[in-house]
Design a protein. Structure first.
Length: 288
């Protein structure tokens, strides 16, 4: 593994970390085992994972530009092993575990944001704790948080395609689900997780301890969890209407000319890019 790690980062791995102790490693192993069991109950016990994974190459292809952008942002300290570890841990473990909680929740639309944002960011939080010098700045937090969101988006898109592919024409399903890639793989999941990851980055930069060190991370998580739940409850309609109205005006055609999103037109564009209007404040903060 050492040949995959930037020498600058390798010198800091687990340096003086209290989590190198047997107790610390046992805690980490326990967390991984518990979440893995929940992942099995969430997806693997009730569905054939190969049906989902069949569409993963397609969803990965839709995320390539997004990954290259994140890799560029992390170019000074880029460690591809941990990039792929973050994506894979969400893809194989924490995203399926989120599916379990979403299934058993009595109010899934209200809890979805808290469940998914918490489990998406868990691998990044563990990296920050157990490999404390891997995530050292707010930019590191944004990059690794966004990578976690990318892992979630890849498997979620695969799940949706696997569920819909037998209900609609193949091409229609693929085109429809491509809207979940947003702009070249930069979906709302990446925006949300990048924002929460920034909170971990602030904690890494802070010299304080306890609540003072982690309060921004908790605050950012709560903000995004509420936005996510509201998004799934219908507030995305605001973004869809804004973009659809603009496209309709510029093209001089009725806003509903695409029959409720079944064909290309203003409403389709609203569905494709509405999440960016919804998340515009988070996007501006992340860029700044």
């Amino acid at each position: 593994m050492t040949n995959l790690i930037d020498p600058v980062v390798k010198d800091y791995l687990l340096h003086n970390s209290r989590w190198r102790s047997p107790v610390g490693k046992a805690i980490l192993l326990g967390i991984v085992l518990v979440v893995s069991v929940l992942a099995y109950l969430g997806i693997y016990a009730g569905k054939n994972p190969f049906v989902i994974w069949l569409w993963v190459p397609y969803t990965i292809a839709g995320s390539i530009v997004g990954y290259f952008l994140l890799s560029f942002l992390d170019r000074e300290r880029r460690v591809r092993f941990f990039h792929f570890l973050t994506i894979a841990s969400v893809f194989f473990i924490t995203a399926p575990a989120a599916a379990f909680f979403n299934t058993v929740s009595p109010y899934p639309r209200a809890t979805v944001g808290f469940v998914e944002e918490g489990l998406k960011i868990l691998p990044v939080l563990l990296l920050a704790i157990y490999i404390p010098n891997l995530i050292r700045t707010r930019k590191d937090g944004i990059v690794y948080g966004a990578l976690a969101g990318m892992g979630f988006n890849i498997i979620e898109t695969g799940i949706y395609i696997a569920d819909l592919i037998h209900k609609s024409p193949v091409l229609d399903t693929l085109v429809q689900q491509s809207t979940r890639f947003g702009l070249w793989g930069l979906s709302e999941h990446i925006i949300w997780s990048g924002f929460v990851g920034m909170g971990i980055g602030f904690a890494a930069e802070s010299t304080q301890r306890g609540w003072s060190k982690w309060k921004r991370f908790v605050l950012f998580y709560l903000i995004v969890a509420i936005m996510h739940s509201a998004f799934d409850s219908g507030l995305i309609v605001f973004g869809i209407i804004v973009i659809s109205s603009i496209v309709s005006f510029l093209q001089g055609i009725p806003i509903d000319s695409d029959s409720a999103g079944n064909n290309f037109g203003p409403l389709w564009d609203g569905m494709r890019y509405g999440s960016y209007v919804y998340n515009i404040v988070l996007i501006i903060i992340l860029i700044v």
